[in-house]
Design a binder for this molecule. Structure first.
Ligand code: DAH
Length: 374
């Protein structure tokens, strides 16, 4: 290795001239400032601080200088490299901050944006109400029973002790599907006017004792208006066993209204007539809003029961021995009770639904507030 060249003047070495070092530094600073992304900055970093960069090459030249020239050239190059590294670090920080801010905006979730998922539908409140009522009895050991909606006149009327001239059997009350009412010896087919024919089917089909609850759709020739609909829903209950009395009926009704409306609820019975029960009664339940306190109390009027204290639910009674006989059940040995009521009415007073048409139109704005219960 040859000795240092004593005559080697740094000012004479092109790459170590002060203005050259300044140019290298300024070019590096300009390149960093111009870099508009972290990738571009990385390229500028390699070009201006990497092993093949002008300043690194200049730094290498220093080693060949005579000792007296080394210090000055070293200081100049060192300062330039220091300034370049500082600028690089500063720009790196700026670009990282910009990237972080951008990612935050790009990846944020705008919960108010409209969405394109298909919304889950809400179940119809009539369905949930029917299931809720049925569940009360299922938990007591009753079975769900079903029958056809297009029903034989015999099941709908005759077996239930309706006489041939009963007004319900006339065309203006009942939808006839097949065969005229009246003298025709054969039973016609109608759309069932109540769920009571399922009582007969259950007694004919099942072993005694029978404990059934029957939710279902029924039909009458009413015009659709705020308080009528030609298609509506009922729940029917039938218990036939040895030794059943009206006390069992009353206890069952009280249990039902307590389960559905609260522990301090009760029912009352008013005498009435149905061909298929004897004795028969109209059943009312205590108004679950005012609990009867609105009666004779003008300061506390109640919209739910019109200040009557009671709400009419439906009909009930002890199964008429004629019905038991028609179904081949010995009325000397067995007795039974039954009741039936409309679900639409219950939905109306339980949820302050004022217009029955809302229940049949299928508008989700009506069904949604009842919840998404499955
Ligand atoms: N089926 C009757 C109706 O639609 C209601 C009814 C009354 C059902 C008395 C019964 C009962 O089971 O015992 O009006």
């Amino acid at each position: 290795m040859s000795a240092p060249n004593k005559s080697y003047d740094p000012v004479e070495v092109e790459t170590l001239k002060p203005e050259e070092i300044e140019r290298m530094r300024d070019e590096a600073l300009a390149a960093f400032a111009a870099a508009d992304s972290l990738d571009a900055l990385h390229e500028a970093k390699v070009a201006h601080t990497g092993p093949a960069s002008p300043l690194a090459l200049a730094n290498r030249e220093i080693g060949a200088l005579p000792p007296q020239a080394k210090a000055e050239a070293g200081k100049r190059v060192g300062q330039a490299r220091g300034a370049v590294n500082k600028a690089l670090g500063g720009r790196q920080g700026e670009l990282e901050a910009e990237r972080d801010a951008r990612v935050l905006v790009e990846e944020s979730v705008d919960v108010t944006l409209p969405y394109d998922r298909v919304p889950a539908g809400a179940r119809h409140p009539l369905t949930t109400m029917m299931e809720r009522v049925s569940d009360v009895f299922v938990s007591m050991g009753y079975e769900i029973a079903e029958g056809p909606e297009a029903e034989a006149e015999w099941f709908n009327f005759d077996a239930l002790n309706f006489t041939p001239d009963h007004p319900a059997r006339q065309m203006q009350d009942t939808f006839f599907v097949q065969g005229p009412a009246g003298d025709d010896a054969e039973s016609g087919v109608i759309l069932r006017t109540h769920t009571s024919p399922v009582q007969v089917r259950a007694l004919l089909d099942r072993e005694l004792p029978v404990y059934i609850v029957c939710p279902g759709r029924v039909y009458r020739t009413d015009e659709l208006d705020a308080t009528h609909t030609p298609v509506f829903h009922q729940i029917e209950l039938l218990a036939v066993d040895e030794g059943l009395t009206m006390a069992d009926l009353k206890g069952t009704l009280d249990h039902m209204v307590r389960s559905l409306f609260g522990a301090d609820m009760k029912t009352r019975l008013r005498p009435n007539y149905f061909p298929f029960t004897e004795p028969s009664a109209e059943m009312d339940m205590l108004c679950y809003v005012c609990k009867g306190e609105s009666v004779g109390n003008p300061d506390r009027p109640c919209r739910t029961c019109s200040s009557e204290g009671w709400i009419e639910l439906g009909g009930c009674g002890m199964v008429n021995p004629r019905v038991l006989t028609a179904c081949g059940v010995d009325p000397e040995k067995y007795s039974g009770f039954a009741f039936g009521f409309g679900i639409e009415r219950m939905l109306m007073f339980r949820h302050n639904v004022e217009d029955m048409r809302d229940m049949v139109e299928g508008d989700v704005r009506f069904t949604r507030p009842f919840g998404m219960e499955i």
